[in-house]
Design a protein around this ligand. Structure first.
Ligand code: MG
Length: 205
């Protein structure tokens, strides 16, 4: 993938254990937010910890890449519109996410969306595993089977609101185990067998 996606649609609290660790109820409907495409970086590029935060955190996620436009899709139509998968790190300034009424600032800084190379195809999402490591130590591990809402259900739900277009990315939520990143760390998200992205963390100059 070379071009920036038109949009990155993210899903919050889509793993029960993560909702629980944050002290949140499991949602009855998908919780949606957007990340700006200007936040995207690739493997080897640095995540810049902003001066404005004191609580930078990783969220390793399965990113789904859309291959054809869908609007008001059924789950079957939504599944057929998938082009591929990327490893995605929904980097979050947790303190700003909590202090603001919505998440644009806490989720939207430049470098807050590392993505790996696109793997082409439609995997078996239930068995697809996402692992997050910091300095080589596993911090998060989860599979699609643990999601509150399945990938096709998420895409169909989002498409009731906005047209999903080719190249758009949907970040499908993070498993339990989110935690701090500090300058000097290296954070890696791997969607096992499909894609991985590794990034050093540096302080804002
Ligand atoms: Mg997330």
């Amino acid at each position: 993938m070379t071009d920036r996606p038109g949009k990155i649609v993210c899903v919050g609290r889509n793993y029960r254990e993560h909702a629980k660790e944050m002290g949140n109820a499991v949602p009855v409907e998908p919780l949606l937010f957007l990340k700006p495409s200007s936040a995207i970086i690739h493997s080897g590029q640095a995540v810049v910890s902003p001066r404005l935060t004191r609580q930078l955190e990783h969220e390793g996620e399965i990113g789904v890449v859309i291959g054809m436009p869908i609007r008001r899709a059924t789950e079957a139509q939504a599944r057929a519109a998938i082009r591929g998968v990327v490893a995605l790190n929904d980097i979050t300034a947790r303190d700003l996410q909590k202090s603001d009424a919505q998440w644009t600032r806490g989720k939207g800084f430049d470098t807050f969306c590392p993505i790996g190379p696109e793997w082409s195809g439609i995997p078996d999402f239930a068995s697809l595993e996402v692992v997050t490591r910091v300095n080589g130590v596993v911090r998060q591990r989860g599979t699609g089977a643990e999601m509150v809402f399945s990938v096709p259900a998420l895409l169909a739900y989002i498409s009731q609101v906005m047209t999903l277009e080719p190249g758009d990315i949907v970040a499908t939520g993070t498993p339990a185990g989110v935690g701090p990143l500090i300058p000097g760390d290296t954070v890696e998200v791997e969607v096992v067998g499909c894609s991985s992205v590794s990034n050093p963390v540096i302080a804002e100059a």
